[in-house]
Design a protein around this ligand. Structure first.
Ligand code: NAD
Length: 330
């Protein structure tokens, strides 16, 4: 068992979430069960999934195997997963939460997030199991639906009432919508998951979340790295900027603290109370990425890293949905 101890963040729901987890985006379905099982062996307890990642069932299998082998208990594991955009209507939220919970097979979901603040036309999963952003094979048309966020949020609260999820939250939301959801929420917004790295710091959004007791999880902590391997429309911005791992400030701090650039980038977030969910398939990197709360940067060093901010967003459907941009971050 790993000796690395990971702090927990108390969510507004009253439940605790580990501050460091494993992100499941792009983890291949055929290896996901083993990847998750091995990550648990190394000490990971939080897994960040989504319907859209198409590997919930396999990730759940890996966790169930680890529980059966006595490596962990269900209570020690924390599952985050997300509702995809095509299922924002009340009845579809309830249907998908049940279906996703059955896929994981762990009794309940710890944290259920609305993946994006945008509703797309319903597609019956029995017709097309995993819809992408586009409705056509040419990847040119995006079909929106007229569903207010309030309907989706209230249905997610019903998911809590049903005991399917313990905590609920949102992803890719900006402050204006967070204030709006708070005006009718019966249950608190426990977490906000956002793209957050030194090229996209969003200090005001982070401040707003903190002021309102909303825990923040950073995704794509390594900035361009995760997007380089994607098709051109998704990777063009990432290819046009230098890797964060190569930036002078990150490299010199890594040297100073005898850590890797990846660890410096993750510590930059965790030291400010933000949770991280890096993704890797290599054992050595998995261990590195988990060990990111045991050293401290100086305040001035954190500020130097933050000074790399250039408001550069890689996960932007206003950019990569080239023919039907959804400018949700405008
Ligand atoms: P990431 O920032 O974790 O980067 C992953 C890339 O960095 C991979 O190429 C990996 O090989 C490399 N890497 C990992 N550890 C490394 C190390 N120690 N040294 C060098 N290279 C290393 O990117 P991500 O996968 O985009 O984000 C993490 C997770 O966040 C995802 O898996 C997913 O769970 C979540 N996410 C959520 C959303 C959302 O819309 N809510 C969007 C993107 C990602």
């Amino acid at each position: 068992m790993s000796a690395i101890s990971v702090p927990k963040i108390r969510l507004a729901s009253g439940f605790d979430m580990p501050q460091v987890g494993f992100g499941l985006w792009k983890v291949p379905r055929d290896t996901a069960a083993d990847t998750v099982y091995n990550a648990i062996k190394l000490g990971y307890r939080l897994f960040d999934g989504a319907y859209d990642y198409q590997n919930e069932k396999e990730a759940g299998e890996g966790i169930r195997r680890a529980i059966a082998d006595g490596l962990v208990t269900r209570e020690e594991i924390f599952i985050t997963t997300k509702l995809w955009n095509n299922y924002h209507r009340r009845e579809h939220v309830l249907e998908m939460a049940k279906k996703q919970n059955e896929s994981w097979g762990l009794g309940y979901i710890d944290l259920y997030l609305m993946h994006f603040p945008v509703a797309q036309k319903y597609i019956d999963p029995s017709v097309l199991e995993f819809p992408a952003w586009w409705v056509d094979a040419e990847r040119s048309a995006v079909a929106l639906d007229k569903v207010p966020i309030s309907e989706t949020w209230k249905a997610m609260e019903e998911v809590v009432d049903l005991g399917i999820a313990r905590s609920i939250g949102v992803s890719n939301f900006q402050a204006q919508l967070l204030y709006d959801v708070q005006s009718y929420a019966r249950y608190p917004i426990s977490a906000l998951q956002i793209e957050h790295h030194p090229y996209l710091v969003q200090p005001q959004l982070i401040l707003m979340a903190k002021e309102n007791g909303i825990a923040i999880t950073a995704y794509s902590s390594f900035g361009p790295q995760s997007f380089l391997e994607l098709p051109e429309d998704f990777s063009s911005k990432a290819k046009a900027i230098g890797p964060l791992f190569e930036s002078d400030v990150v490299k010199s701090l890594a040297e100073k603290y005898s850590k890797t650039p990846a660890q410096v980038l993750l510590r930059w977030a965790t030291q400010r109370g933000i949770a991280v969910i890096p993704k890797s398939n290599s054992k050595e990197r998995l261990l590195q990425n988990l060990d990111v709360t045991s050293f401290d940067l100086e305040d001035a060093e954190i500020a130097c890293i933050s000074a790399l901010d250039c408001d550069l967003r890689f996960n932007d459907p206003g950019h990569y949905l080239v023919t039907s941009p959804l400018r949700i971050f405008a």
